[in-house]
Design a protein. Structure first.
Lengths: 111, 611
């Protein structure tokens, strides 16, 4: 139920890939990764890859909102990538799906 | 100078309540500023204050208005608050210079106070703490709606004060709970249990007492002091002196031995010096004890089942209040853990240990921690809403707190009855800490004030006001909520119109009188606390009398093991199985089907039946 966070550069954007559970115990891993990414002046945008997220609770959603806020404060684009069906449903139910660009991940999910 | 009503102003009970707010001489805070700000704005007054009044002065916790410079208080005899505190009733004065109560008040001339209106702020224990008041420099007539708005805001302020009181207590309780878990770790990690137990004296100072002595039974069954601590250097030397031979010849007498013999805590709340000196035999111990100036003394037996292994004494100096019930509970918990650890060691040393014994002892240690979360629940209780009487709805609600000790949630429900109809609210402030509960209190209070002062606003407009207020007052928590309002006279014959707006909350369920079960599931708008891209929207539902609205938070339907759609289906099915039940049975039944005995998340369920 842990969260694994990895970051990689992709055409100027920093892709933060999350695998596992985003909740109270792990939310700081996400926000720390985004904080580091926005501190890098070469990074033009932040993408959170959610394809490997099995569970997200309200504190985890709060961390995603905070990440979007950090990106906006530092004038970076912000997008979510390939949320799993369970996460997509939560985004829909919380009215957050319309808030952000949600992109498909190419190889990770067929269009 | 003796003031009229001076007795009430200087009533020690009242002054204690004012002191206990711990808000005197503190900085402005958003939650109070928001209420004072609303008062000034809604009453169109140049100044508004939220004050706390002690015997000398009126401290301005919040002050709104131009030209106040750095002033944060005035003397009680210059204040108008004195009249409110003295009488416990509101004071509404349109022309201060010509009002018999206020005409001699120096502030009328010196500061140009021409009109004043204020309501008392009450502590949970029924003491007047101060006022929420507005000041005008022009003579004016306070309209009935002005007075009513101020009354509602002052109630919100009183609730906020009560919430603070509870939070302060819960934070203290929390640090004590942490102590308890530290003690558990210290006992679990050490090889030499007796050493660890002796070190407890050091761990409980200063949180539980100013000094402490831990005594254990020697093989002959006599108490021997094995560990001691004092928070200050000279005191430590005195305690060292005290324990050299204080116990000799005291069998059966004194708090420490009585705790051992009775296996019950012995609490001496006052006069510990005198009662100790009457018992002690050693002149050396008496002299040290005298210099330690003990005020209260508590002795906790280290017990496991019927067996006593020692006693932990916790002493507070004169001038510090005796231990509260929470402190006593925590100390008892520590003593129980220590007793179990010592029992464990005894069994081990006696080579009669089996894995079963160890497992049992460890299970007991765990179980003794379980009652501790009752303390955290005190906070939740303060946040529960007493639902009003409404001519449109009958209500039932339940709130279950999560299983863990540190789980204090931000779920809430509310019903506000205004001149135009009833407003129903269900919401969830993200997070499980005391801060989440505090934000929840603020959000709920603001929403109440908005709903009451803007009966004509749609739910989307109300939530948008909250969006703005949250931004202005820098409340940055993510929160979901659904707000539903009855709309008078808009629906077809026989139906009632409900206008609702959903800020990212799970859809309320409607149970029609004919048994049809539907979610109010139009696409929700964004939650509070995000920077919105889109406007908030309203939806409409026309309901027949007898329809039931069932509102709930995510803890009801979603768990780690059950995704939200499965939970929603289960909810709808369980409701179909409960058709025709009264509201309480419905709420209980739904909880029974969907929630474990120890839920991992808080759960609020709120049902309203249209009359």
């Amino acid at each position: 139920m842990d969260l694994h966070v990895s970051s990689s550069a992709e055409a100027g954007r920093q892709v933060v890939t999350l695998t596992g559970s985003v909740d109270l115990a792990s939310r700081a891993l996400l926000t720390d990764a985004v904080k580091t990414a926005v501190a890098d002046s070469d990074v033009t945008g932040i993408v959170l890859d959610l394809s490997g997220v099995e569970f997200i609770d309200s504190t985890g959603l709060g961390a995603v909102v905070e990440s979007a806020g950090m990106a906006e404060d530092s004038s970076r684009n912000f997008a979510l990538r390939s949320p799993s069906p369970r996460v997509s449903r939560i985004l829909e139910l919380t009215g957050l799906a319309e808030q952000w660009t949600i992109e498909d991940g190419g190889e990770s999910r067929p269009a | 100078m003796t003031l009229p009503g001076a007795t009430r102003i200087s009533d020690p009970e009242r002054l204690r309540a004012v002191g206990e707010t711990r808000l005197l001489d503190t900085r402005p805070e958003a939650s109070f500023d928001s209420l004072a700000g609303l008062a000034a704005k809604l009453l169109n007054a140049p100044y508004a204050f939220l004050t706390l009044v002690d015997e000398h002065r009126s401290f301005w916790k919040s002050r709104v208005g131009d030209g106040l410079s750095g002033q944060t208080q005035n003397r009680v005899e210059e204040s108008f608050c004195q009249y409110v505190v003295a009488t416990g009733t509101p004071l509404i004065v349109g022309d201060a210079a010509n009002d018999p109560v206020t005409c001699d008040n120096p502030s009328v001339q010196a500061l140009g106070v021409a009109a004043w209106a204020g309501f008392p702020l009450w502590s949970a224990g029924g003491q007047v703490l101060g006022t929420l008041c507005v000041v005008d420099t022009q003579i004016r007539e306070w309209l009935p709606q002005d007075v009513e708005v101020l009354r509602v805001l002052s109630q919100a302020a009183s609730r906020e004060l009560a919430l603070r009181e509870t939070i302060a207590k819960a934070e203290l309780a929390n640090s004590k709970l942490n102590l308890l878990s530290d003690v558990g770790h210290a006992l679990a990690e050490t090889l030499d249990v007796r050493e660890a137990v002796a070190r407890l004296a050091r761990m409980v100072v200063p949180l539980l007492g100013d000094w402490s002595v831990v005594s254990v039974l020697d093989p002959d069954g006599r108490l021997v002091d094995r560990g001691w601590w004092h928070g200050e250097e000279p005191g430590l030397a005195l305690v060292h002196e005290f324990v050299q031979d204080r116990l000799s010849g005291l069998e059966g007498r004194g708090a420490t031995h009585r705790a051992k013999d009775s296996r019950q805590p012995v609490i001496v709340t006052e006069g510990a010096l005198e009662s100790g000196l009457a018992v002690l035999r050693s002149e050396r111990a008496k002299e040290a004890y005298r210099q330690l100036r003990p005020g209260s003394y508590a002795a906790f037996p280290l017990v496991a089942g019927d067996r006593v292994h020692g006693v932990m004494s916790v002493v507070r100096a004169q001038g510090r209040p005796p231990m509260t019930q929470v402190a006593i509970d925590v100390a008892t918990g520590i003593a129980t853990r220590a007793g179990l650890a010592l029992e464990n060691a005894r069994l081990y040393e006696a080579e009669r240990t089996t894995s079963e014994h160890l497992a049992k002892a460890n299970a007991q240690i765990l179980a003794s921690g379980r009652h501790d979360r009752a303390v955290a629940r005190a906070l939740q209780d303060a946040l529960l809403t007493t639902l009003p009487t409404s001519s449109e709805f009958e209500f039932a609600a339940r709130y279950l707190t999560a299983g863990g000790v540190d789980q204090v949630g931000g779920d809430f429900y509310d019903a506000i009855v205004s001149s135009r109809g009833t407003t129903l609210v269900i919401g969830d402030v993200c997070g499980h800490d005391i801060q989440a509960a505090a934000v929840m209190g603020q959000v709920r209070n603001m929403l109440r004030a908005f709903a009451w002062t803007h009966p004509e606003h749609t739910p989307a407009e109300l939530i948008s006001l909250l969006d703005q207020a949250s931004r202005d007052f820098q409340i940055n928590r993510l929160a979901t909520m659904a707000v539903l309002r009855t709309e008078p006279g808009a629906a077809d014959a026989g139906l009632r119109r409900l206008v609702w707006s959903n800020a990212g909350h799970l859809p309320p369920l409607v149970i029609a009188p004919d048994g049809e079960v539907d979610f109010l599931s139009a696409r929700p708008d964004h939650p509070l606390g995000v920077r919105p891209r889109l406007e908030r929207t309203n939806q409409v539902a026309d309901l027949a009398p007898g329809s039931v609205l069932l509102m709930y938070t995510d803890g009801l339907v979603e768990t780690r093991l059950r995704d939200v759609d499965t939970g929603l289906r289960l909810l709808a099915d369980s409701v179909r199985g409960l058709l025709g039940s009264d509201l309480d049975t419905l709420v209980e039944g739904v909880l029974g089907v969907l929630v474990d005995e120890e839920p991992a998340d808080d759960v609020a369920v709120f049902a309203a039946r249209l009359i």
